[in-house]
Write a protein that binds this ligand. Structure first.
Ligand SMILES: Cc1ncc(COP(=O)(O)O)c(C=O)c1O
Length: 355
């Protein structure tokens, strides 16, 4: 608290990101980072871009990256928006599309940044409870609203919603913007993305990130895809906030990542295969594992408290995410790591459970 702050700053309840402790030998399975590094071609592009031209401002609209993303998803450049991580893109979405007379709707269990943005931009919201099995039932969203947002696959549950359920919602909800936050969609079956519906519904916005499936969390690149009308609204916000959210290096790396589809497909498949194996091994240790289409699993054990398990793992230098929140405080969210990391996790859990 400070007399120098604007009054509303004291009312903010900021987001707490997963830890990034500077400890060697840590098995970090707490923030859904990709265990495989970015494509070697991305690293080359970064080196190439790091030259004397850094004295120049980057192209404010990151045109080359937008064009690359548009081509990849068979959209027009005017249907793509880019920002400094999808968190920044989401902030602009809340600011530019969700400040309506009516409150917005999102699931009671979902990305915990959403209520934070609502606090920042004074947006009213209602949380719609997930079903008992933690699935998302979009029929519960058919009521007047100023916007709807949900992650798909959901976080932190990992559960995927089928595209036809999303289309049904779009058919019945045309008066407000529907945002599908697809941070983890590349770990689901191909064909699961709502990008396929963009040309049919002007009020659909799909937000994605290069942090997870493209292994560039450290570079901060996110993007949104939707009708030219929605994208123009976001551009107006962005150009009233920061004209250059992406630097030369980010743009070059982002373009290279989309061009190396072979590496993307290989690493994506490795993560998917490891998720399936990890699920089986956790189940054999007595964990209940929610069906996941993401690069993490959400698990609980009938006989062991999640909080204690997280603490015991921490003592073995393995960190996973524990949320001390109603409905999910029995669960751990565990990022799918490399094969070695997953094995270490399983061996450690086995020894904790047996001791
Ligand atoms: C559902 C969801 N959306 C968005 C993000 C933000 O990702 P980034 O800002 O790294 O693009 C995350 C990060 O964990 C997430 O889980």
């Amino acid at each position: 608290m400070s007399k120098y702050w604007s009054n509303f700053v004291t009312t903010l309840d900021p987001y707490t990101p997963g830890e990034q402790p500077p400890i060697n030998n840590l098995t970090k399975l707490n923030t859904n980072e990709n265990p495989y590094g970015p494509s070697p071609k991305v690293l080359q592009a970064i080196q190439h871009a790091a030259d004397g031209d850094l004295r120049l401002y980057p192209p404010p609209n990151a045109d080359q990256l937008k064009q690359t993303i548009a081509e990849y998803y068979q959209l027009n450049t005017g249907q793509v928006f880019v920002g400094n991580g999808s968190d920044e893109v989401l902030a602009h979405v809340f600011n530019g599309l969700f400040r309506q007379t009516q409150g917005i709707l999102f699931p009671d269990i979902s990305y915990s940044f959403y209520p934070v943005y609502c606090g920042l931009y004074a947006i009213q919201y209602s949380k719609v409870p997930l079903a008992d099995d933690f699935s998302l039932d979009l029929s519960k969203y058919s009521r007047p609203n100023g916007g709807i947002i949900f992650p798909n696959p959901n976080a932190p549950t990992g559960r995927l919603l089928a595209l036809d359920a999303i289309e049904k919602l779009l058919q019945s909800n045309s008066a407000s913007v529907v945002v599908v936050d697809e941070a983890y969609i590349d770990f689901a079956d191909s064909g699961s993305s709502a990008v396929a519906l963009i040309n049919k519904y002007d009020n659909l916005l799909v937000v994605q990130t290069m942090s997870k499936s493209r292994s560039l969390a450290g570079l901060r690149i996110g993007y949104a895809m939707g009708s030219a009308e929605l994208i123009e609204g976001l551009e107006r916000i962005k150009n009233s906030f920061n004209s250059y959210p992406l630097g030369h290096v980010q743009i070059a790396a982002g373009v290279a990542a989309f061009k190396d589809n072979t590496y993307f497909e290989q690493t994506r498949q490795l993560v998917i295969n490891s998720r399936e194996q990890l699920t089986q091994e956790l189940e054999s240790l007595g964990f209940e594992v929610l069906p996941s289409a993401a690069n993490f699993v959400f698990v609980r054990h009938a006989d062991y408290s999640a909080k204690d398990l997280a603490q015991s793992l921490r003592e073995k230098n393995i960190i996973v995410r524990y949320f001390n929140k109603t409905r999910i405080n029995e669960f751990l969210r565990i990022t799918v790591g490399s094969e070695d990391q997953n094995q270490l996790l399983i061996d450690s859990l086995r020894s904790i459970i047996k001791s």
